[in-house]
Design a protein around this ligand. Structure first.
Ligand code: DQA
Length: 138
């Protein structure tokens, strides 16, 4: 059984309600049910926090015994050196994901502080970005 941790950052608790034209109208909880049914060979855990420190604590907690971390750091992607350092500090490979194509949006979303320390980056495929990240660990 592959142990995969999904970590969502700030404002992603509002998926389904938040800017549906950008992020869609499906809640993450309901998408998670679909994902778990699609990958019975994976133990997929889910964590969301609106706080930078909460995301860092979770990376530390799972970062030595999981097979993969899928991280959508939300807006902290573009600002957080602390998240960069946390990813660099653990053994578990981290895949950075984004629902929207950040490169087709405001220029402040074009820079990622975490891409350089991630195993790879999946951007712009809607919620399917998370499934593609799971595939990358299989
Ligand atoms: C996001 C893109 C970020 O720029 C934004 O701040 C988010 C969501 C995405 O999944 O498209 O909160 O990470």
């Amino acid at each position: 059984m592959k142990k995969i941790q999904i970590i969502n950052g700030p404002n992603l608790n509002l998926l389904g309600k938040r800017e549906p034209t950008v992020y869609g109208s499906v809640s993450f909880e309901s998408y998670l049910d679909t994902l778990r049914a699609q990958y019975p060979q994976c133990a997929i855990s889910y964590f969301q926090s609106n706080h930078e420190g909460g995301l860092i604590d979770k990376i530390h907690e799972v970062g030595f015994d999981h097979d993969g971390i899928i991280l959508n750091a939300g807006a902290y992607t573009h600002t957080s050196i602390a998240l960069h350092d946390a990813i660099k500090s653990v053994k578990t490979p981290v895949v950075e994901v984004h629902i929207s194509n950040v490169h087709a949006r405001e220029s402040f979303r074009h820079l990622s502080m975490i891409s350089s320390v991630c195993k790879g980056v999946i951007i712009g495929f809607g919620l399917d970005s998370y499934r593609l990240a799971i595939e990358s660990f299989l």
